[in-house]
Design a protein around this ligand. Structure first.
Ligand SMILES: NC(=O)C1=CN([C@@H]2O[C@H](COP(=O)(O)OP(=O)(O)OC[C@H]3O[C@@H](n4cnc5c(N)ncnc54)[C@H](OP(=O)(O)O)[C@@H]3O)[C@@H](O)[C@H]2O)C=CC1
Ligand SMILES: CC(C)(CO)C(=O)C(=O)O
Length: 315
């Protein structure tokens, strides 16, 4: 491996031109990096190299990227130093095996996603040395192709390598993102951070997906709030039983975060509205799985997972 303490990535690939991928792409390109944005839906990509990606809300910019492509198989042609994976977690096994087709030593792959254990799916195919896990702290949605609304942005974002050998590379990626305005910190505690975000997703995403409510509507409805509250408590129990340290102040902070998210539609609600499968198995499904392993009952998570699966069965 090269000297990873001085890893300075220059060329980035971003897989997924949804709102999350568009934001990373636009920031990296604004910072002067070569960026290739990849999505299976050509219409989503069209404006990215011409008009530019528009971001509006907590951040505001219009920024073109260097290239786009509609297949992961085309990515080696751009020789990326780092690939950001910004697709829904349920697409990961396919993505991992597509990257495996051309992956070589020194190419890093970042799971810039929600969900518990997403990094392990990538590492199963690519090896732990290549994979980084991130926690993303913004909320966003597409207003149109390459047109993103970002109602809230709470930097920093966090990143950590899976193999300590790659710590320098993870620091280099964090620095590149920070220099572009997407402030990202290297951490030694990513699993706890993933779970902290995972609890918020387990509460908001399925509840809003099932009810059609935005985050603030759900939090302000006393009946729905009771379900959210029970979910937070159940998820915290599962985390504790699995020795994941969420922190002393976790419960009030989580409630405050959800209350302050405004009229954001969580990504799972957008999936249901757009007739797409969701990442429920990597969110509530993981609390059910880890609950079973540690003898904690998870009736709220099981119910929400089943209801979302019921909605998916109509697709
Ligand atoms: N939206 C939000 O506010 C936030 C989302 N996140 C997380 O970030 C991740 C991405 O979210 P988001 O941007 O909303 O996701 P989207 O589903 O909106 O965007 C992902 C895009 O990737 C495409 N895609 C799927 N498979 C492939 C493939 N094999 N090759 C190329 N493109 C592919 C999808 O196409 P298709 O739809 O046809 O499958 C879709 O256009 C998720 O894990 C989400 O939970 C994190 C923080 C906030
Ligand atoms: C709801 C939110 C913004 C954070 O909980 C999110 O991560 C999502 O929409 O998937």
């Amino acid at each position: 491996m090269t000297d990873k303490q001085s890893f300075v990535p220059k060329t980035f690939a971003v897989i997924g031109a949804g709102p999350v991928g568009c934001i990373v792409s636009a920031f990296l390109a604004k910072g002067g990096h070569e960026v290739v944005l990849c999505d299976v839906v050509p219409d989503l990509l069209e404006p990215a190299t011409k008009r530019g990606i528009i971001i509006e809300g907590a951040e505001n910019m219009t920024q073109t990227v260097s290239h786009t492509c509609t297949s992961i198989d085309a990515l080696p042609g751009y020789n990326p130093d780092v690939i950001f994976v910004t697709v829904k977690a349920n697409a990961l096994p396919l993505i991992a095996s597509a990257i495996e087709g051309f992956h070589n030593k020194g190419l890093y792959v970042v799971s810039w996603q929600n969900g518990i254990d997403t990094e392990l799916v990538l590492a199963n195919s690519l090896g732990r040395e290549a994979v980084m896990r991130a926690v993303v702290n913004y909320g966003c949605g597409l207003a149109g192709p390459a047109h993103v609304k970002i109602p809230f942005h709470h930097p920093p974002h966090y990143i950590q390598e899976l193999n300590p050998e790659s710590a320098g590379a993870a620091r280099g990626i964090a620095q590149a993102l920070t220099d572009c305005g997407l402030t990202t910190r290297h951490t030694d505690n990513i699993i706890a951070m993933v779970w902290r975000k995972g609890v918020l997703n387990a509460c908001m995403n399925p509840v809003c997906a099932v009810t059609g409510l935005t985050m603030s509507q759900a939090m302000n409805d006393p009946i729905i709030f009771n379900i959210v509250d029970a979910l937070v408590k159940e998820c915290v129990k599962v985390a504790r039983a699995n020795e994941i340290l969420l922190g002393w102040e976790y419960y009030p902070n989580a409630i405050e975060y959800m209350r302050n998210a405004g009229n954001h539609k969580p990504s799972m609600l957008m999936d249901i509205e757009n007739g797409r499968r969701t990442e429920i198995d990597y969110i509530n499904g993981k609390f059910v799985e880890y609950g079973r392993r540690s003898g904690i009952e998870t009736p709220y998570n099981i119910t929400l997972q089943s209801l979302v699966k019921g909605l998916e069965s109509r697709l």
